[in-house]
Design a protein around this ligand. Structure first.
Ligand SMILES: Cc1ncc(C[n+]2csc(CCOP(=O)(O)OP(=O)(O)O)c2C)c(N)n1
Ligand SMILES: [Mg+2]
Length: 341
């Protein structure tokens, strides 16, 4: 998949690129000259977009986006929506697309970019870029540590170039919300829609064995636990990786659900804390394991990517307070952007 082809299409049309973290478009040199957006999960809220002109055409490449706000936005617009899928499969959860185009996306994007003559009203594009800038300012202003910052730090500090494998649950959502589009060269991979949080370690190390650049796996503790056996591949496949283990002792994602108010069953049946000490994986799989506070994560990560061998950096976080920070940033973004409309 060629990011430059989509960039050429975006140039020809003047359309902004709304880039899921797994799209291959969030990061890379093309972002220097193309409008690539990543903060949409906060601002594509009905209260913000109510006054925005509806798009007339949406071209969607690949599977359903990670962001629920983006999926809902696409479901409520009246736009003509072309879903481009090389296998000709209707891979979108909201059934908002109007047309299915069976084509290789890069080829289609190149060809269309040659045919386009008209550019849309610049003010429409400005709505999105203004919201985007306001959103990233709010993220920068947030001083409390939270899990989202770990994802942003990985996207920021990973070596050039890098492969980043992000687990399901909060890691991919945090990368979506808090990793600002940048010119850095990152191949971001995930397993969305496959087997949930199972097989993450194996999938990441498999990808790392095929990639020639540095591999970082960003994973939650339950996903790590689910597939600890997959760590055997480190020795067998000779993979060198940095594994960032965000340990909030259970499924932090479930704080997003109304069930978090109901105790029982929230802790025992949803969050499912395990209390495991993952340091034991150091001896078992011959890796190096360090546990750090979120404030020390940047230094630990920078050191790990600079040295050989596999390091697991466990970042001890609090799921609940992390959620409150995510909510606070989203609320502020909505308030600020619905005021300015
Ligand atoms: C194989 C499988 N079992 C169960 C689930 C349901 N599930 C979705 S997210 C999640 C919690 C994941 O916890 P963790 O990896 O620690 O990430 P966190 O939510 O804390 O970010 C669970 C159990 C799933 N997606 N896949
Ligand atoms: Mg967890």
């Amino acid at each position: 998949f060629n990011a430059e082809a989509v960039a050429a299409f975006a140039h020809a049309t003047g359309f902004p690129v709304v880039a899921d973290p797994l799209s291959g478009l969030r990061f890379g040199g093309h972002t220097r000259t193309t409008t690539v957006l990543g903060g949409y999960d906060a601002y594509l809220d009905e209260r913000v977009t109510a006054d925005w002109a509806d798009p007339e055409v949406v071209v969607r490449i690949g599977a359903s986006p990670t962001s629920k706000a983006l999926r809902k936005y696409l479901a409520r617009t009246d736009a003509r929506q072309y879903l481009v899928d090389p296998t000709g499969r209707w891979r979108e959860a909201e059934f908002g697309a109007t047309d299915l185009v069976e084509a290789e996306p890069s080829v289609l994007a190149w060809r269309l970019s040659q045919l386009i003559r008209n550019r849309p009203d610049e003010s429409w594009n400005a709505l999105w870029t203004d919201a985007e800038d306001a959103y990233w300012d709010l993220v920068d202003d947030e001083t409390d540590t939270f899990e989202g910052r770990v994802a942003a730090d990985v996207a920021d500090l990973a070596p050039e170039p890098s492969t980043l494998f992000v687990s399901n649950s909060m890691p991919v959502r945090d990368l979506d919300r808090f990793a600002r589009p940048s010119t850095k060269s990152r191949t971001v991979l995930g397993n969305r829609g496959a087997s949930g949080i199972d097989g993450i370690v194996s999938s990441a190390l498999g990808a790392g064995s095929a990639a020639t650049d540095h591999l970082t796996l960003l994973t939650g503790d339950l996903a790590y636990y689910h597939d600890m056996n997959g760590l055997l591949a480190l020795g067998r496949l000779g993979v060198d990786a940095t594994i960032v283990l965000v340990n909030n002792d259970g499924g932090g994602i479930f704080h997003m659900l109304p069930i978090e108010e109901y105790e029982p069953p929230f802790t025992d049946q949803f969050k499912t804390p395990h209390g495991l000490d993952f340091a034991a994986t150091e001896d078992l799989y011959d890796l190096s394991f360090a546990s750090v506070d979120p404030d020390d994560f940047r230094d630990a990560y920078a050191e790990s990517v600079a040295t050989d061998g596999t390091d697991v950096i466990e970042v001890r976080t609090d799921a609940e307070s992390s959620h409150r920070v995510r909510e606070r940033i989203a609320d502020r973004a909505r308030e600020r952007l619905s005021e300015s409309d």
